[in-house]
Design a protein around this ligand. Structure first.
Ligand code: CO8
Length: 262
């Protein structure tokens, strides 16, 4: 597959590799247009379907993860046309279909839709130069892909309102303290550290990883009681897998486990 707005690569040494997707519109600071989002969705689904890939990493450049939706592309959209053809929004939910773990490696700005794409990932690892913001209010619109939904779930109403209503940008350290990101690492070693995390995940049992991801995501979609019930069912289901037998036997034998996604 040839892409124009993203780059793809495969990294790693183990049996399962890491699928790397780099947002690549440097002149526009990785502003997200329909083509880029289509390509991102295609690449995500291709890696998700590839049995040789364990974990997926989405990243940008050192200056910009992504500066938001492409303002030049959408400035003349009108409601009827946009709504009818689902411009801007048609391809933004593809990430939710991905079952494998997805890590956002964020350096530089993650603004508007860029912050929202990062939040769609399962983990955000931020370089110490990362900045997060939802500046949509300054251009006459509001966040449209999770900035008013995933952001308050991540950092709470008070901080989310501050970012969404006043265009307050936050540093990597603030994002870490507020619970938006999983880890902060030096910018110079961001990709090494993220690939190392992905490699660690690649060595784990894929069925358990799928179930764990589904169950954590369920926490945001259900009552505590329903979520606990869902978790318990998946926990029980793990005992139908060879990976459970291998994982527990390996622990007791004091040897590394060899999982087979079976
Ligand atoms: N769209 C289009 N072009 C952009 C964008 C953008 N979001 N951001 C930067 N660019 C372009 C600039 O126009 C400029 O182009 P040129 O060189 O041709 O003039 C180039 O990138 C470099 O930008 P700057 O000269 O401004 O560079 P600075 O280093 O001074 O500033 C910033 C970088 C801080 C990133 C600044 O460009 C900026 O504030 N950008 C806009 C950020 C923004 O408002 N983002 C929100 C957009 S709206 C949105 O994301 C809604 C998402 C809704 C998703 C809904 C899905 C369903």
């Amino acid at each position: 597959m040839t892409y124009e707005c993203i780059l793809t690569d495969v990294r790693g040494e183990g049996a399962l590799k890491t699928g790397l997707i780099t947002l690549n519109r440097p002149k526009q600071m990785n502003a997200l247009n329909d083509q880029l989002m289509d390509e991102l969705g295609q690449a995500l689904l291709a890696f998700d379907a590839d049995d040789g890939i364990g974990c997926i990493v989405v990243t940008g450049s050192e200056k910009a993860f992504a500066a938001g939706a492409d303002i030049a592309a959408m400035k003349d959209y009108d409601f009827a046309h946009t709504y009818r053809h689902e411009y801007i929004s048609r391809n933004w939910e593809t990430m939710r279909k991905v079952r494998k773990p997805v890590i956002a490696a964020v350096a530089g700005v993650a603004l508007g839709g860029g912050c929202e794409v990062a939040m769609m990932c399962d983990m955000i690892v931020a370089a110490d130069n990362a900045r997060f913001g939802q500046p949509e209010i300054t251009i006459g619109v509001i966040p449209g892909a999770g900035g008013t939904q995933r952001l308050p779930r991540a950092i709470g109403k008070a901080k989310a309102m501050d970012m969404v209503l006043t265009n307050r940008w936050i540093t990597a350290a603030e994002a870490d303290a507020w619970g938006l990101v999983s880890r902060v690492v030096p910018a110079a070693t961001l990709m090494d550290e993220v690939i190392a995390i992905a490699e660690k995940i690649n060595g784990l049992g894929q069925l358990a990883l799928f179930a764990a991801k589904e169950s954590v995501n369920r926490a945001f979609e259900s009552s505590l009681n329903d979520g606990l019930w869902y978790e318990r069912r998946l926990f029980h289901a793990m005992f139908g897998t060879a990976d459970q037998r291998e994982g527990m036997a390996a622990f007791l034998d004091k040897r590394p486990a060899k999982f087979n996604a079976a």
